[in-house]
Design a protein around this ligand. Structure first.
Ligand SMILES: [Fe+2]
Length: 380
């Protein structure tokens, strides 16, 4: 079993001093500060040329054996949808104004959080939610790292001017655990856990360096005992000497391996309210950080899905992106006494049910009836 004293700053430095080469990432636009930059417009065009799989392979290479960090510029081609989602977030924040907001990294008053912004925004404005989460680039990057049937959660983080920097850390799963808990998992399990999520953030405003974009230590995800190292003074000092930051434009997104050492930066601007929709994407094989009621979301957005689908506004990738995000796309866990597989090994998923409803153009009442039956037969 691994112990704290086996940590080696020397090994860590050796890993973090690597330098990425552009020729190893031929589909990228450029590499800046060891962060690999892609152009969303180019990615969208590649779908029609069946190059998608090559992008998936390259993205996964960055996350695993590269620096661990990718920026997709123009992640949203239509920036208006960001503004409309900002209006939805503002409405949610207003409703939650008096709630004691708990944040594990910042002192009160320096930032605002919307936990489970994913479900809250779906219930607040189905139309905006559908337009936002039908983004095919979301499914591209999620599938590249997690494979199909991934799960989406989101948390909004808004940092006001003078908002302080976070301490460096790794993210969920084991980044949220104390060292004693980390040690209760064998090293191979710690290493495996970083394969279960992908951390992302969509810039909801322009984020120049002075507003404190996230500080990253490229390659640090490769340090195997890293879940035990990030609280150690010498590792923290090295992080503060060696981190990189990159500015983002509204509608750009950044994605990173959850084991990359990182920390929200200090907002040194006078008037920029830094606003990011944090996307935490989870493998179908793991427990996400937040409970999301996907039955509730599916029912709430179905009428809009049906409308958009009938108008022919979903291409194959957009439809897959919105359905994977908003419906449970995995068959398990279920109740195998009641939820029998039909002609295959796996019972029908909520995503498959929703797809059937759209193909057969079910009315809302029929969809609701079938969704309720689906929910009932999966309960224990
Ligand atoms: Fe984090």
């Amino acid at each position: 079993m691994l112990q704290n004293e086996e940590l080696s700053l020397k090994d860590f430095k050796k890993i973090c001093k690597q330098v990425l080469k552009k020729e190893d990432y031929p589909l990228s636009c450029f590499i800046k500060k060891n962060i690999v930059i892609y152009d969303g417009d180019k990615l969208r065009k590649s779908f029609s040329k069946k190059k998608r799989v090559f992008y998936e392979i390259e993205l996964a290479k960055v996350f695993e054996e590269g620096s661990g960090i990718v920026v997709i510029q123009n992640f949203f081609d239509n920036k208006k949808i960001i503004g409309r989602m900002n209006t939805v977030f503002d409405a949610i924040l207003k409703e939650e104004e008096n709630k004691e907001a708990a944040d594990h990294f910042a002192k009160g008053g320096q930032n605002a959080r919307i936990w489970n912004a994913f479900e809250k925004s779906a219930l607040k404005d189905a139309k905006v939610f559908v337009k936002y989460y039908k983004n095919p680039l979301l499914s591209l990057v999620a599938k590249a790292w997690l494979g199909s049937n991934y799960q989406v959660t989101s948390q909004v983080n808004i940092i006001y001017p003078k908002g302080k920097a976070q301490a460096p850390h790794r993210d969920y799963h084991l980044g949220f655990q104390e060292n004693a808990a980390v040690l209760s998992y064998p090293l191979h399990s710690q290493i495996m856990s970083r394969l279960l999520t992908l951390q992302g953030g969509v810039a909801h405003v322009d984020i120049p360096i002075k507003s404190g974009p996230t500080k990253f230590l490229p390659f640090s995800q490769q340090y195997k005992p890293g879940y035990l190292a990030w609280r150690e003074e010498e590792f923290k000092n090295y992080f503060e000497k060696s981190y990189v930051q990159i500015s983002l434009k509204k509608g750009d997104a950044i994605f990173f391996n959850p084991a990359v050492f990182h920390a929200g930066g200090e907002n040194r601007s006078k008037n920029i309210i830094r606003s990011v929709n944090l996307l935490q994407l989870s493998s179908a094989f793991s427990k996400p950080m937040e409970n999301v009621d996907l039955y509730k979301i599916s029912l709430n957005i179905y009428k809009d899905l049906r409308k958009v689908n009938k108008k022919g506004f979903f291409d194959k990738h957009s439809l897959d992106a919105i359905l994977t995000a908003s419906c449970d796309a995995y068959s398990f866990p279920t109740n195998l006494d009641k939820d029998l597989p039909l002609g295959s090994m796996t019972p029908q998923t909520l995503k498959e049910l929703c797809l059937q409803a759209l193909k057969e153009d079910w009315k809302y009442s029929k969809f609701k009836e079938e969704v309720n039956k689906h929910k009932k037969r999966r309960n224990s």
